[in-house]
Design a protein around this ligand. Structure first.
Ligand code: MF3
Ligand code: CO
Length: 250
C-alpha cells in the first residue's frame, strides 16, 4: 500500500483519536510508582481506552496479548505486561499505547522514571523526548522523510546515546502500520517528499549503550544486547504546510 494523504474528515477523526490517547497517557502517568505491576498499567490503560469509546489497537495485533506495551529498563519495546513484574524505585518504564476511534488510529509512547532515578536515566529519558522534537522540525510539507531521521540520530548521538536500528516509525491512519517506514537513523538517500495530510508515527527508541537489540523467546520483548537501559517516545503527527501538528499530545 502506498503512502496515504488524509482527507479533512479523516484528519478530524485522527485528531479525536490522538486527543483521547494523549489523555490516556496523562492518566497512566499518574499511577506510575514503585510497587505497581506492569499488568496494573495494562489494565488501567485498557479501561481508560474503552471508557473513551475506543478500542486498544495492540490487543490481538499479530497475537500481542495486551493493550499497553510496558517495557522496563533494558526492554526497548513490546514488553508484555505481567502480574508478577513489579516496578521498583530507580526503574525506567516505557508505555506504548494505540487506540482506534471510528476506524482511525493513533499511536504514542512515553517513558517515565519510577520514584527517584539516576541522573543518567533521566538524561536518557530527556534526550529521547527531545530527539523527537528535533526530528519533527523537519516534519513539514516539502521536506524529505530522512531529514527527520537524520535530525533524531544526530541529536541522540551528540548526547552519547544510540538509536535502535531494527525498529522504525511508520505511517498511520486506518491501519496502525502504513507506509512509509521511518527509521531513526539516516539511511542512504533522502526518502519520500512529505505532503500536507500525511500522518506519521515518529518514535525514537534510544539505548544508553550500543544500538544492537535482541528479540526474546516470548516473540515480542525487544531488549538491548548490552543490557543498557532504553527509552521510547512517540507521537502521531500530522504534516501540514506549516508547523507539524502533534495529534497525540495535549
Ligand atoms: N506502537 C508499536 C509500533 O509502533 C506497536 C506495538 S506492537 C503491538 O509499532 F503488537 F503491541 F501492537
Ligand atoms: Co508506533
Amino acid at each position: 500500500m502506498a503512502v496515504t494523504v488524509k482527507s479533512q474528515r479523516e484528519i478530524n477523526l485522527m485528531r479525536d483519536a490522538g486527543k483521547i490517547l494523549a489523555e490516556v497517557h496523562n492518566q497512566l502517568a499518574e499511577i506510575i510508582a514503585p510497587g505497581i505491576t506492569t499488568l496494573d498499567i495494562d489494565r488501567k490503560g485498557e479501561e481508560l481506552i474503552r471508557k473513551a469509546g475506543c478500542r486498544p489497537s495492540f490487543k490481538g495485533y499479530e497475537g500481542y496479548p495486551a493493550s499497553i506495551c510496558v517495557s522496563v529498563n533494558d526492554e526497548v519495546v513490546h514488553g508484555i505486561p505481567n502480574k508478577k513484574h513489579h516496578l521498583f524505585e530507580g526503574d525506567i518504564v516505557s508505555l506504548d499505547a494505540g487506540v482506534i476511534y471510528q476506524d482511525y488510529q493513533s499511536d504514542a509512547a512515553r517513558t517515565y522514571g519510577v520514584g527517584k532515578i539516576s541522573e543518567e536515566s533521566q538524561k536518557l529519558i530527556d534526550v529521547t523526548k527531545e530527539s523527537f522534537f528535533r526530528g519533527i522540525e523537519y516534519a513539514r510539507a516539502g521536506k524529505h522523510l530522512y531529514e527527520i531521521s537524520s535530525a533524531i540520530q544526530k541529536y541522540v548521538e551528540a548526547n552519547g546515546f544510540s538509536v535502535v536500528r531494527d525498529l522504525v516509525g511508520h505511517g498511520i491512519g486506518r491501519e496502525m502500520h502504513e507506509e512509509p517506514q521511518i527509521p531513526n537513523y539516516k539511511p542512504i538517500g533522502r526518502g519520500i517528499k512529505l505532503c500536507a495530510g500525511m500522518t506519521l508515527a515518529i518514535e525514537p527508541m534510544v539505548n544508553a549503550g550500543k544500538y544492537e537489540v535482541w528479540f526474546l523467546e516470548d516473540d515480542w520483548t525487544v531488549v538491548t544486547r548490552d543490557g543498557s537501559k532504553s527509552a521510547h517516545y512517540e507521537n502521531t503527527v500530522l504534516i501540514t504546510d506549516g508547523d507539524p501538528e502533534i495529534l497525540s499530545l495535549v
